[in-house]
Design a protein around this ligand. Sequence first.
Ligand code: NAD
Length: 357
Amino acid sequence: MAHRIAAIPGDGIGNEVVPAGLTVMAAAARRFGFDLSWESFDYGADRYLRDGTTLPDADLAHLSEHFDCILLGAVGDPRVPGMEHARDIVLGTRTRLDLYVNLRPIKLIHESLCPLKGKGPRDVDFVVFRENTEGMYAGAGGFLAKGTPGEVAIQESINTRRGVERIVRAAFLWARAHDLGRVCMSDKHNALRYEGDLWYRTFREVARDFPEIEARHLYVDVLTMEMVRAPEQFRVVVTNNLFGDIVTDLGAQIQGGIGLAASANVNPETRRAMFEPVHGSAPDIAGTGRANPLATVLTVAMMLEHLGEGRAAREVEAAVSAAIAEGATTPDLGGSLTTDGVARWLCQWLERPETLR
Ligand SMILES: NC(=O)c1ccc[n+]([C@@H]2O[C@H](COP(=O)([O-])OP(=O)(O)OC[C@H]3O[C@@H](n4cnc5c(N)ncnc54)[C@H](O)[C@@H]3O)[C@@H](O)[C@H]2O)c1
């Protein structure tokens, strides 16, 4: 049966990196002999400005019923300063499909890209499980006396036992399935007494179900320092929505920058999933051919893994590593190829008989 992908390129460079990623995915399908089909959908700023459509419930239901997963490029356009279409498409998909795991690999693909002295690919190789539907990003709060000198803004952090337990359990299950041996939960329970208490208690309780896995706790400020000082100590990190957002961007830098950071939004029970490169729509370089497609290609590798095509996923990663080693990259990584040029190079690498192993 063919794997069916719903592609939403979105805005700006999303329209360049998503076709590049799909081209590489098609090359992997030819190489490993699986069927693949995709359909593109035009949700994004142009559509929103034309007819007011963001991503209606019925459309999202169609995507989730008729496709195995969604590949999103990026959304964000200076013509929509309020970002309402982006909120609906990205945050809306995460919450309406209950994609509670934001999975962010922090994996250094090639040593030339690491800004940390003396660290290589063996030192920077862990995953972050960021809670994706609750916390400070749940949208709870309000204003009092808005616009007056006495204005008060309240932003509340929502943490449910169910929400915390399922993300913590997902992290342990991943560690067990991938034989990773340790999970580190990061919070700030010394200062955030209520949500911290729930996270810490839940973590300790869930850890008892995984006696073979080392369960460690670090305050998030300590985590950021340790990620820079000694990233090799981490295998799986689990944390809340806000802290996860921040520490994964730190992670993106130690793995080589925003042009290489991939992510998945997954519900492990329903298997629904939306995959997206971490970067935004980069309006400053949109249409110039300078967009680095490697984050999207690595995102495609995650999608292949999710679809049960693990060998193809690893080979796509190997192709990315080879491209970096050979300097077959866009200018942000020091190369001189265009977005399409990098995609073509990767396809040729994947299809070359001498790379067959
Ligand atoms: N998930 C998403 O869809 C998402 C994420 C972040 C930002 N955004 C939106 O994207 C728009 C631009 O945001 P921003 O400028 O803060 O972040 P950005 O990630 O789009 O760009 C930041 C800088 O990195 C560069 N860059 C980003 N991706 C690149 C790539 N693949 N290749 C080469 N260079 C790349 C850009 O040229 C820019 O200089 C905004 O509307 C923002 O809200 C969307």
